[in-house]
Design a binder for this molecule. Sequence first.
Ligand code: UT7
Length: 334
Amino acid sequence: MDKINAAITGIGAYVPEDILTNEDISQLVDTNEEWIMTRVGIKERRILRGEGKGTSVMGIHAVKQLLEKTNVQPEEIEAIICATTTSDCHFPTTASIIAYQTGCKNAFTFDVQGACAGFLYGLETGANYIRSGRYTKVIVVAGDKMTSITDYTDRTTCPLFGDACGAVLLEPTTEEVGVIDTILRTDGSGLPYLHMKGGGSACPASHKTVDNHQHFVYQDGRYVFKYAVSYMADAAEEISKRNKLTNDNIAWFVPHQANYRIIDAIAKRLDIDQTKIMVNIQKYGNTGAGTIPMCLWEWEKQLKKGDNIILAAFGAGFTWGTIYLKWAYDGANA
Ligand code: UT7
C-alpha cells in the first residue's frame, strides 16, 4: 500500500475589523511608537470587541471561509482540532462551539493547548489522524483572543498582542507533499517566565486574583526572548539538516510572530534570504496560535505546489517546534 501523507488543501482565516494602533496604546501606558517599532516591530494589532465574543467567533469565520474556498460540505468534516490558549470558557472546548456553529455535525472535536506553538501541535496531531488511514478530512483551527488576557496597564506586555484565527484543511495524498517532517519539544522549566497566574485549578479566580491582575499574561520578556531564539533556531536547523534544506531550496520560512528581532535573529542563524521570510507582525502583533496560519493565508496566492516551507514557533511552557511542509497546491488557483 502507498504511504499516506497529510496535505494542507486549503486555508481560511479571520481578523477582527477593529484596529488598536501604537498611538492608542500610548494613551493607556507610558510607551511610544518608536519603542514599539524598534523593540518589537508592531505598528498595529486587531482587537475583537463586543460582549460575549470569544475566540470561537473568529474560529467560526475562519472555518466557514475554509469550507467555502475548498468547496467541502460541513458534514464531510470528521474532526476539528482547535489550538488555543484563550478558549471561550474553561469547558466545553472551543472546537465544539466552532463545530456546532459551522454545521460540522459529524466531527469529533477537541482543543490543544500548546500556547504560541499550538498550531504546530495541532497540525502534527491532525496529520497523524490522516496518516492513520481512518480519516480523510480534518480541520485544524488555531488562534487566540490575546487581548482578553492582556493587561492594558502593563506597558511591558500590552503592546505585544492581537486577535486572529486561521484554519487549514488536511486531506490524504499519496504524493510526496504535505507534512513531511516534524520536531516538537517541551521544557516545563519555562513556566515561571511566561504564564497566567490566576483562574486555573492551582489558583482559582477570587477577588484577590482580580485585584492583583492575575488573569493576564505574565512574561519575563528578556528571558523568553533568549530561549525563543535559540530553541526555534536549533529546531529549524535540525529539520533543515536532516531534510537537506538550505537557502537554495527553501521557498518560505514561516516563523511565529512575537518580535521582529526574534524573527531576524533566527533567519540570520539559518542563513535564509529576507525575501523568503513571511512577516506580518507589523499588522497583527502576536496572535498566539494564530500567527503561522495567518501568514500562510496571507501568502497563499504566492505558494506553489512543491514549495519547501519551514514553520517554526515558540510559546509558553516552554513549547516549541518546527514543521517541514511541502506545499500541496498552487495557491494562485485557490
Ligand atoms: O509568543 C510567545 C513568546 N514570547 C516572546 O517570544 C516574547 C519575547 N520577548 C520579547 O519580545 C521582548 O523581550 C519584549 C518585546 C517583551 C521586550 O523587549 P526588550 O528589548 O527585551 O525590553 P526589556 O524588557 O529588556 O526592556 C528594556 C527597557 C526597560 O527599561 P530600562 O530598565 O532599560 O530603563 C523597560 O522598562 O524598555 C522599557 N520598556 C518600555 N519602554 C517603552 C518595556 N516596555 C516598554 C514599552 N515602552 N512598552
